[in-house]
Structure formats: C-alpha cells, structure tokens
Write a protein that binds this ligand. Sequence first.
Ligand code: HEM
Length: 412
Amino acid sequence: MTREMGKADRMIELPQEFFDDPYPVYARLRAQGPVHEVRFPDGMRGWIVVDYEAVREVLRNPTVHKELNPALEVFKRAFLPQDRPKRTFTRVASHMLNTDPPNHTRLRKLVAPAFVPRRIEALEPRILAIAGELLDRIAEATGPVDLLTEYAFPLPITVICELVGMPVEDREQFREWSNLAIDNANSSKDEVQRAITGLEDYFDQLIERRRGEEPGEDLISALLAATEDGDRLSHDEMVSMLFLLLIAGHETTVNLIGNTVLALLTEPEKYRALHGNPDAVPGLLEETLRYDSPVNLATFRYTTEPITVAGTTIPADQLVFCALGSANRDERRFPGSEIFDPDRPQPNHVAFGYGIHFCLGAHLARLEGRIALTELVRRYPDLRLVEGAQLRWRESTIIRGLRELPVEFASA
Ligand code: HEM
C-alpha cells in the first residue's frame, strides 16, 4: 500500500493538451530528468524516456521486448480495470514490429529485399505519375482544399497498395476497418470486433485469390514465391505482414508531407524560396522528421526484468515509451532544438527509430516525401494556408499529424 502510494506520488499525469502540443510537456520532463513514470490522459500507466541518449539506450537494449502476447498482458495491467480499452488484439497484430529475435530476424529477412534502396528508387517514375495525377485533380478545385485528403494521404497509400498488391479501390474500406481496430476510443466493442474480423477475412481472401493467379511484380507474389533458405511466410504471418505494411503506408508519410508543408507555410517565404531549388527538399524533410516527428511517442517496449536507464531503475513488467519526438528535441544533441532549421548539419535524428526495428520503409518515405514536396512547389508556388483556419491535431499516442490542412492557391 505504502509502496503503491509512493509510486503514485512520483507518477506524472500527462495533461490532455499533450495531444495538441506535446513539446512543452517534453521540455518540462527533460528538464527534470531522462526517465519518468507517467499516466496518459486515457489512464494508461508506463514509463516515458525523453532524452536522446536514453532513448537510444532502451532501443538497443536486448532485454527489453516487443513480443505481442506477453506485451498484451503487461498492457492490460497498465490500466486500472475501469479504464481498460476495448481493444481485441488478434493475428493481424502478430507482425514483425511486435516480435523479438529470432522470430523478428526471420520475418524481416523475408520482406527486406523489397525495400532496399535500388528497388525503391525504381518506383520513382510511378510515384511522380501518381503525384502528377493528384495535383491535376487539385487544379480543378475552385476553392480551398484539404491538402491531406487530396494529396498527402492518397499519394503514399496508392504507392503502398501497388507495391503490396492490394487493389487501390479497397483502400477506403481498409482505412475504415483499421481506424476502428486501432483508434477505437469512441466505438463499441462490437464495432471493433467486426472491424478486426473484416480485416482478417479481407486478407485471407486477398491472399487466397492471389495464390490462384499469375504472379505479378508485387510483394504478395514475391512473398508467395519466397524461398529464402527454403523459408517462407505462413498464411497467418503473411496476413499480419500485409497489415503492418499497409498501416505503415497509411499513417506515417502522410504526416511527413503534412508537417513539412505546415512548417513551410507558417513562414510562407520559406515555401516560396523552395521554388526552383529542389535540392533543398531532402534537408527540409530531415528537419521535419526531427522537429515534428510523424511517429512521435509510442515506440513502446516492455520490461521482463528491472533495467537501469540513465541512472533510473524501471521495474520488471512495465511499459516503456521511447518519446522519439522528445529525443529529437534534446538540446544536448540538437543545439537550438526548438527552432526549425533545415540548414542544421547532419541531424542524425531517431524519427525512424533505432536498433533492430529501425523503419523498413525509411527509403520509401524519404522518396515519397521528396517527390510530393518538389512537385507541389513546382506546380503551386503560391500555395498558402487558408487564413484563420483552425488547425487541429490528431489525438494519438503514436502519430503526430494534423486532422486537416486547409490550403488555397493564388494561381494554378
Ligand atoms: C518501423 C517511423 C514510413 C514500414 C518504424 C519505426 C518507426 C517508424 C519509428 C520503429 C518503431 C519501433 O521501434 O517501435 C516511420 C516514419 C515514416 C515511416 C516516421 C514516414 C515518414 C514507413 C513506410 C513503411 C514503413 C512508408 C512501408 C511500408 C515500417 C515497418 C517497420 C517500421 C515494416 C517495422 C520494422 C521492424 O519491426 O523491424 N517506422 N515509418 N514505415 N516501419 Fe516505418
């Protein structure tokens, strides 16, 4: 009892405003120390690691884990019974990002060839064509448009659907199910369960259909044929792998594009300066990745034994959240860290994670970001934010991204 009360006393309650602007909270936490026990606004308890070096220390520590089933038990205990979410995890979530070695090593090896730089660079003409088609459609708009819905979202989705081999026309249904399955605070248990069953049935049927078809150039064909050292993915492993890749394609690059455009349009001369200067785009994207990291908080792990991180001991059986968005603002690593400065030398941020789970799609995300931004500026040098538009952020412990980005064009 006394110990529980002592723990509660030390625990920091993260305020609801954390979602709108986590950076002042991160700065306060960093000023107090690298590691803290916290309670999130939804009632979940865990430990948050906020310094650059401490985050890297956790992410390379082989005694902290990701494996799904034990993680779910730790996750359940991280909530008081009345606060527990309606989430029902299933085989779609048993993917590589939720596994430890040796299983993780095996799964990653089977899918990694599709994401090597040479394979990704070959996608450039197709990504350019998709960007062009979306920008043509925007040219027909007579008033303000939401740049996320019309451009930043459909671009990476179309790319990942084609790369994986999922029919692009199914993407709305997929998005509806995955939103319900993942971000389910406002939906009933039945709705969540129906969405998960919908996703599983969808992938079962897609894989079975593709098994009977001529192999194409896509990843499903490659995975069905893969025999790396005689190894291949089982049907269930394939279901969860496709789910992971499609979720990663749906939820991340959209915010790299959105957060970069927002940073530029907040100081419009920065946006205009890009016109005729496409070489500046990669540096800008790297600075957005650091300054407003699209995967901001929940690179979570759990402990099975006590670990000491930067001098603080985290007990066994705890959730540990590596706050990438905070690590990337650590003043000791990035002097002047609260300033958006695309000219800063070699940032070496952790926006794509660190260690064995380092983002598999980093090359793809950078290529999509570069093409999206270069083409947008080339076609619309006079883009601006809609005056007085209320910018709202998504309420997520994972993603840092706007709900919409209303823009208008002086000319098209
Ligand atoms: C893992 C960020 C785009 C596929 C990760 C992780 C981060 C991340 C932080 C590590 C999570 C952890 O350690 O817990 C991002 C950002 C992106 C992006 C910021 C865009 C700007 C993509 C894309 C794909 C992708 C386009 C492609 C399909 C993956 C996969 C993993 C991963 C498969 C798991 C790797 C593993 O477990 O070994 N990503 N990602 N990501 N990402 Fe990305």
